[in-house]
Every structure is written in structure tokens, then in C-alpha cells.
Design a protein around this ligand. Structure first.
Ligand code: AMP
Length: 618
């Protein structure tokens, strides 16, 4: 296995390239580096002095894309074409976000199934990965503009609770933006690194990281031991943050002005929102706030503001208590409390947290920048510049298996520390399928044909079941010597098969490097191909389900409905042949829309049938 910071991560040792640290946030994103002279982490600022890039992407009618501060005003003036909070959609299916759909002002496609969400802007469909890639590209451009050098390597942070799919989606977004993502690290871990915690291998500490941003709240309890960070527990509320504090002020003022609603007065509504945020920020350092709004003087005191937001802050403390309980810890076990996120500047927040943990909180590092700064510290460690850090063994290339349509499904991303283990469940595609082939590949490309095949085996003897019913658990285990064992087990029958492979065998460092370079060079094509294959696979599944459904329930449908469905199926089939991703997604959506009421009708029929049955029994 390779060593971080020598030949794999840095490329050439003579001319180490700058690795940037990126905080890809829900509301705001930032990019940071270690200053070459001072050796201190700094967030990169544009000439306007701001280090923050709002995580907002706007598409105009001519296909132009604007990101960040330039896109933000369109949130009010052109909401349907302005995407915010794309991070909330990363690695999510429509079912995951269904209950929060009102939150999003743009169109999220409802496929009514488990596939990943897409956003519709005009006649184009975007995945959250593509949207995040736009933000990452803006950060990369900012870094290149300021540093006057190409930037192609990054460490990106994610919430500690992000699952494998969400982490992989973040990696893919980086790749699409032309960035080699050396490591995905947890946001609370990054915050700790920015405070210099975890850099001394002899240090043992338990830390609470309280992160209250613009729209989300996270509490994480971490344990640092021997330079390794372990997440003991996380809790939070993905729809609670500074925006709620603003809303409390808005409601208070509307009450004073006896205004019920500003829904149909967009400009006034926006003005009031901005005034409320200004009030909140002012009250972090002053006792009163006063402003003019539509000819009236609006005021608020710190005391009133605090009384309005006590409930919101108490809610975050409830999450802290749950996280502590899950970690099995008492307040006295926490050695350090770190404050992260712009909203922790509110004095009542700091005081309440400090009271709960019974100690002064750490708030000396800028709470907006702390996560990006920590990512830069991690980047510096990976570059091999921080000699005091332990070098850990890692996997230099990603390892995964082939799935439908020749796609690479990564189980162990590159740069995973070893020994390590990862697993995922798969199923059969055809009714009565008795064997499932596991082909193992190594590499960063989206199609297995561009990666390196390490071996394959077949798990055979699966008893006859309908497609989708068998559950095959595939486990990848790498031991300390870098030997990979792949194990497949059908969970209903216990049927097991495995293989052992040495992934690094016969691969030189130059070849590893070449594979990494290729994955960046071809990222755009690769991701487009993956999106097309996924759209085709989904479309084919829907066609086959519809076909089965139609032949079974023909009697329930009118002649016109049968005709319409046949036409919609034909149109989708044609779109598949044309290999046009947007057209396929459009036609899939159309077929779904058309057939949804049929399924409901069959369900009603089945229920009334069941009720009748029950009546006879009685
Ligand atoms: P973040 O998502 O971490 O960038 O946090 C942004 C949130 O912090 C927004 O809701 C801001 O209004 C809020 N914020 C920024 N500065 C202050 C301040 N001085 N006092 C209170 N809230 C602030």
C-alpha cells in the first residue's frame, strides 16, 4: 500500500502542488489554504474582502450559469431557476425529502421511487452532484485566481452523519469540477484540526462540536486518540438555523405593524428579511437595533430578541443532551467545546452552550471559516508538509464492483485508511436468476471498462425468486497487509462465496498517477455516461414494470388509457434508443405521471376486495 504524502497524494515531491481545503456548505461555501510563509490556515478572499461563496446556482434562459454572490439575488427574483441548499439533496432519493418539499422553491422531480433526486430547470435535469460541482468550480476558480496557479487537489468536508452515498456524491461533484478529492473529512473533525486539536499523537480528548449555521444545526461528540478522530455520536436538526432566528424577528415586527402576510409583496418581504438579519447581527454586539421600514421605525432590544429565540436555542440543547446520551457520556467527560457556524456569534447561544457543558466555549477561530481552515490543515498533512503527523497506510485507488450497465460501484474509495471494511447490498435483475456475478475493479473511472479488473466470481445456487427479492450482501475487507477479501452472501439462504486479491500487484506508482489523471481528464464524459446509463436503467425498469402491470390489469383500464400508455411507452423506448438523457428522464416522468392513478385504482380495488372477503368470513 502507498504512504500518504509521498508519491501518490502529492505527485512530484520536488514541486508540491497546493492542496486546498473546501467547506462545501448548505448555505455558504469557502476555500482555504495553508499560507506558504506564515504556515497558518487562511480562507481565500475575493477583492470585496469576503471569504464566503453563497451556495447558490442560477441558470438563465440562455444557458448561462452564475454561482455565489452573483446568483443570490435571483433567489427572490427568479426562484424557479435558482438552486439553493443543493447539499440537502446530495445522495437523497425523492422519498427522503418528500416531507420537506415545501422548503424548495425550485422543481424537484418526483419519480415516486428510490432513485436519486433530480432538479428540473427549464427542460434540463440536473443532479445534486452537477449542482454542487458548479459551486466547487467557483471555489476552484477563486483559488486559482488568487494563487495564480492551477489547483487540482482538494480536501472536502461533509457532515459527520453523511452516509456512503452522500460522501460518494460529494467526491463525484469534486471530480466533475476537475478536482482530485484526496480525502473527504467530517466537518467537526475539520473544526478540531483548525483549533490545533488532534495534531499531537499523544493527545487524548473528548470534544463537543456545536455547529449552528444558516439553515442547519449539528452537534457531534468526537474522541481523539493517537491522532485518530472517532465520531462517538451525532445529533441535530437539518431544518434549524440562523434563518429561524431571522424569522422570529420578522414575526415580532409584523405583529407590531399589524401585518398578517407579505406573501404577495415580494420586495417588501425581502427588505424585511434583510432588516431582520441585520438586527440579529447588530444585537450580537449591541443592546438595541433601529431601522426604517416602509416609512415606519422598527426597533428591537437584545432582551426582546433573546426572549423570542429561547425556544429555538433550547431545541438545540435537547439535541446536545441526546448526543451525550448516545455517546454514553456525562457533561464532565467533555474536555473541550468548539463553536462552529455564523449563528454561534449570538451571545445567548454561546452562554446557553457554555452553561450546559459547564465550561467556557472555544470561539476564537472565525466560526464561518473554521471548517474550511481545518480542511486546509488536513490538506497540508496529506501534502506531507506537516512532519509531526503520522503517515497512515491507505488504498491509492478506489475499489468496487460492476453493476448494471457496466458502471463502477465504489465500495472503498481511494485514500481509505487500512485495515478497513465496507459493504453494500445488491439484488437480482431477472425473475428466477440463480447466479450473481461479482466482478471486482480498481480505479477512478465511472465505467468499469476504463478501470482495472482484479478478479471475479459467481455466487451461484440462489433458489428461484422474483427479481429484486434476493438480498446479496457484498463485503470488501482489506487487512493491514493490503490484501483484499471480497465476500458475497445471499442473506435469505446464507449462501456464501469469496475471493482474495492483492490490489497493488503489478501496479507502479506512475500507473496509479496516470489513472488518477485520467479520471480528472475524463470526468465530464464519465459522469455524463453514468447519468445516461442510470437514466436508461431506470427507464427500462419502469417499462418492464408497466408492461407487467398492463398485462395483469388490462380490464381495469379504458381503451383510451391503454392507447395513451402504449404511446407513452413507445415514446420512452424511442428516447432510450436515441440515448438522450434529458429526453429519457422527461419521458420517464411522463409515463410515471400517466400510470400513477392506475396503480391507485388497482390498490382501491384490492382493498375493497379484501373488505368484501372479510365480510364473508364474519
Ligand atoms: P454559516 O452557514 O455558518 O455561514 O452561518 C450563516 C448564519 O450565521 C446566517 O444565518 C447569518 O445570519 C448568521 N450570522 C452571521 N454573522 C452573525 C452575527 N454576528 N450574529 C448572529 N448571526 C450571525
Amino acid at each position: 500500500m502507498a504512504k500518504i504524502g509521498i508519491n501518490i497524494a502529492t505527485g512530484s515531491l520536488q514541486q508540491p502542488e497546493m492542496i486546498v481545503g473546501i467547506d462545501l456548505g448548505t448555505t455558504n461555501s469557502l476555500v482555504a489554504i495553508i499560507h506558504p510563509e506564515t504556515k497558518m490556515p487562511i480562507a481565500l478572499k475575493e477583492f470585496d474582502g469576503s471569504s464566503i461563496v453563497p451556495s447558490v446556482v442560477h441558470f438563465d434562459a440562455f444557458g448561462n450559469v452564475e454561482v455565489g454572490a452573483a446568483a443570490k439575488p435571483f433567489l427572490e427574483t427568479d426562484p424557479a431557476n435558482t438552486i439553493f441548499s443543493a447539499k440537502r439533496l446530495m445522495g437523497k432519493s425523492y422519498k427522503d425529502i418528500q416531507t420537506h418539499q415545501d422548503f424548495f422553491a425550485y422543481k424537484i422531480i418526483d419519480d415516486n421511487n428510490d432513485s436519486l433526486v433530480k432538479v428540473q430547470v427549464g427542460d434540463q435535469f440536473y443532479s445534486p452532484i452537477e449542482l454542487s460541482a458548479h459551486i466547487l468550480t467557483a471555489l476552484k476558480n477563486r483559488a486559482e485566481h488568487i494563487l495564480k496557479t492551477p489547483v487540482s487537489k482538494a480536501v472536502i468536508t461533509v457532515p459527520a452523519y453523511f452516509n456512503d452515498t452522500q460522501r460518494q456524491a460529494t467526491r463525484d461533484a469534486g471530480k466533475l469540477a476537475g478536482l482530485d478529492v484526496l480525502r473527504i473529512i467530517n466537518e467537526p473533525t475539520a473544526a478540531s484540526l483548525a483549533y490545533g486539536l488532534g495534531l499531537d499523537p499523544s493527545e487524548e480528548k473528548t470534544i463537543a462540536v456545536y455547529d449552528l449555521g444558516g439553515g442547519t444545526f449539528d452537534i457531534s461528540i468526537l474522541k481523539i486518540s493517537g491522532g485518530v478522530f472517532e465520531v462517538l455520536s451525532t445529533n441535530g436538526d437539518t431544518y434549524l438555523g440562523g434563518d429561524d432566528l431571522d424569522r422570529a424577528i420578522i414575526e415580532y415586527w409584523m405583529g407590531l405593524m399589524k401585518i398578517d402576510s407579505l406573501e404577495d409583496q415580494k420586495i417588501l418581504k425581502q427588505q424585511l428579511r434583510l432588516a431582520a438579519e441585520e438586527a440579529k447581527i447588530t444585537l450580537s454586539n449591541a443592546a438595541n437595533f433601529e431601522t426604517n421600514f416602509a416609512g415606519e421605525t422598527l426597533t428591537i432590544t437584545k432582551e426582546i430578541f433573546e426572549s423570542l429565540i429561547t425556544g429555538i436555542i433550547d431545541k438545540t440543547m435537547g439535541c446536545c443532551a441526546k448526543a451525550m446520551k448516545d455517546a454514553g457520556l456525562k457533561v464532565a467527560d467533555i474536555n473541550t467545546v468548539l463553536m462552529v457556524g455564523g449563528s454561534t456569534r449570538v451571545p445567548l447561544v454561546k452562554n446557553t452552550v457554555s452553561k450546559y457543558f459547564n465550561q467556557a466555549v472555544n470561539d476564537t477561530v472565525n466560526p464561518d471559516e473554521v471548517v474550511a481552515l481545518g480542511a486546509a490543515v488536513q490538506a497540508d498533512i496529506l501534502a506531507g508538509n506537516n512532519q509531526s503527523m503520522l503517515l497512515l497506510d491507505i488504498t491509492p485507488l478506489s475499489l468496487g464492483i460492476e453493476t448494471m450497465g457496466g458502471l463502477m460501484d465504489v465500495l472503498l474509495p481511494r485514500n481509505s485508511k487500512i485495515p478497513t471494511q465496507a459493504g453494500r447490498q445488491y439484488t437480482t435483475q431477472k425473475d428466477g436468476q440463480s447466479g450473481i456475478q461479482i466482478a471486482i475493479y480498481q480505479g477512478e473511472r465511472d465505467l468499469v471498462k476504463d478501470n482495472r479488473k482484479l478478479g471475479e466470481f459467481t455466487l451461484s445456487g440462489i433458489p428461484s425468486m422474483p427479481a429484486g427479492l434476493p438480498k446479496v450482501d457484498v463485503q470488501f475487507l482489506i487487512n493491514a497487509d493490503g490484501i483484499l477479501q471480497v465476500r458475497a452472501k445471499e442473506l435469505r439462504t446464507g449462501l456464501t462465496q469469496s475471493i482474495e486479491i492483492k490490489p497493488q500487484y503489478g501496479l507502479t506508482d506512475q500507473e496509479v498517477e496516470q489513472r488518477l489523471m485520467d479520471s480528472i481528464t475524463y470526468a465530464k464524459e464519465d459522469i455524463a455516461t453514468r447519468a445516461l446509463v442510470e437514466a436508461k436503467t431506470e427507464a427500462e425498469q419502469i417499462l418492464s414494470v408497466t408492461e407487467k402491470f398492463m398485462s395483469k390489469n388490462m380490464a381495469l383500464l379504458s381503451k383510451a388509457e391503454l392507447m395513451q400508455t402504449a404511446e407513452a411507452m413507445q415514446a420512452l423506448q424511442l428516447a432510450i434508443t436515441m440515448e438522450d438523457k434529458n429526453l429519457i428522464q422527461g419521458k420517464t416522468e411522463a409515463l410515471n405521471e400517466l400510470t400513477r392513478p392506475f396503480a391507485e385504482r388497482v390498490m382501491d380495488q384490492a382493498i375493497s376486495g379484501a373488505l368484501k372477503g372479510k365480510g364473508i368470513m364474519d
